[in-house]
Design a protein around this ligand. Structure first.
Ligand code: HSE
Length: 436
């Protein structure tokens, strides 16, 4: 049978992995897809690299627009990244009737609504398994495997760079800045790691998962995003003493009033499986009404793991492209006319529990003042540590874990605690999830 013809835009790490796995496993992939899948054109600014990786057997160009306009190409793989030229190329490919496979989470989280609407109107597929958690088939699970369920929440370690940094901070007791340098030297973190360490990359991925889990549009601009740059390793140590680990979680949760969509460092019980996901690995926990709790674990980045997800999409598109568009799996899991306009809740309305650390004068009545403020805000204390003041010191740390409360209540209580003359400096506050 005539091979399906693929144009690859960008032959960097993931592009190279995709090319190599497709070649190595050609026979098995063809048996699955029903016909051979051939990369026939590659666009990259680095023509020499493209020649080296492909061995020269395909058309190589530095003009990506010539690939998306090539009448011989059936599927375009976009691995350029970012929202600039990648957006133009994806929109052009759709306009030209090509199916698109992309790993570009930033593009989909920010411009996905426009892209999927255009694809729907043109009757083409835009597949994006590689955009979330690299090689883990989480899009397939959310969109198809769990389609019987009401999805209640998703909590994911979806950024390997930050998980590596947090693991190292915990293992070695080192400060953030030092571990970041190590991560860069090892090639985990980019030279400009801003999107990773500030939580933006995780928020892109959480936004995409929220859309397909709840049947809502992409609402990246409404996500609450906090990274790990301000995290102090002393809080990792205290959390550990209380039986918790700190992870950068991407959380999407269905509430009666709307959706919680947030990324922040989060205390989770050390006994949960997901708390033990270390290094650059990713994991996503999905809580559903029928199946209960499920957990997906694997490599969230890298040449062949991400290439694996890209090729799975190529196989899907190859199998389905002759089906009527209305008989294919909907892009965002729900039929396009069934997407609901549920709002993302402002962070003030989020319900969660807290870890609070405060530096206090070590004298009578301090604890009583603090607990009175929490009681007045209807916040119940779940656990507490007070450290013995070091010899010669008149101050000590108090660490409290609270039960769940609405964030705006916690803000009021924290402001009152900070205003006490016996409390020194700001209260460190981290959110906590039991993941039960
Ligand atoms: N930069 C991402 C991470 C991988 O550190 O997990 C690509 O999504």
């Amino acid at each position: 049978m005539k091979p399906i013809s693929v144009g690859l835009l960008g032959i960097g790490t993931v592009g190279g992995g995709t090319f190599n796995v497709l070649k190595r496993n050609e026979e098995e992939i063809t048996r699955r897809a029903g016909r051979p899948i051939r990369i026939t054109a590659v666009a990259d600014k680095n023509l020499e690299l493209a020649r080296q990786v492909t061995g020269g057997g395909v058309r190589i160009t530095d003009d990506a627009f010539s690939v998306v306009s090539d009448p011989e190409i059936d599927i375009v793989i976009e691995l350029i990244g970012g929202y600039g030229v990648a957006r133009e190329l994806v929109m052009k490919a759709i306009e030209n009737g090509k199916h698109v496979v992309t790993a570009n989470k930033a593009l989909l989280a920010v411009h996905g609504n426009e892209i999927f609407a255009a694809a729907q109107a043109r009757g083409v597929m835009v597949a994006f398994e590689a955009a979330v958690a690299g090689g883990i088939p989480i899009i397939k699970a959310l969109r198809e495997g769990l389609s019987a369920n009401r999805i209640e929440w998703i909590a994911g370690i979806i950024n390997g760079t930050t998980n590596f940094i947090l693991s190292e901070m915990r293992d070695k007791g080192l400060p953030f800045a030092e571990v970041l340098k190590e991560a860069q030297a090892l090639g985990y973190a980019e030279a400009d790691p801003t999107f990773d360490i500030e939580g933006v990359d995780a928020a892109h991925k959480a936004t995409i998962m929220s859309a397909i889990a709840f049947g809502i549009p992409m609402q990246f601009n409404a996500a609450h995003i906090e990274g790990i740059t301000k995290l102090d390793s002393v809080d990792i140590t205290y959390a550990e003493q209380l039986g918790y680990r700190i992870k950068l979680l991407g959380i999407a949760k269905m509430r009666d009033a709307g959706i919680e969509l947030r990324v922040h460092p989060t205390l989770i019980p050390a006994k949960r499986l997901i708390a033990n996901v270390e290094g650059a690995m990713n994991a996503v926990m999905v809580q559903c009404d029928a199946v209960g709790s499920t957990l997906y674990y694997g490599k969230g980045a890298g040449a062949e793991p991400t290439g694996s997800a890209v090729i799975a999409d190529l196989v899907d598109v190859t199998r389905l492209h002759t089906a009527d568009p209305e008989h294919r799996v909907p892009h965002l899991a729900f039929q396009p006319d069934q997407v609901r306009d549920l709002r993302v809740l402002p962070i003030d309305e989020v319900i969660t529990s807290y870890y609070l650390r405060m530096r206090v004068d070590d004298k009578p009545g301090v604890l009583a003042d603090i607990t009175r403020i929490l009681a007045d805000s209807d916040i119940s204390i779940e656990a507490m540590i007070q450290r013995e003041a070091a010899a010669g010191e008149a101050q000590t740390d108090i660490i409290m874990l609270t039960h769940e409360t609405v964030e705006k209540n916690a803000n009021v209580a924290i402001a009152k605690i900070e205003a006490l003359s016996v409390v020194n400096g700001p209260v460190v506050r981290l959110r906590m999830e039991s993941l039960q």
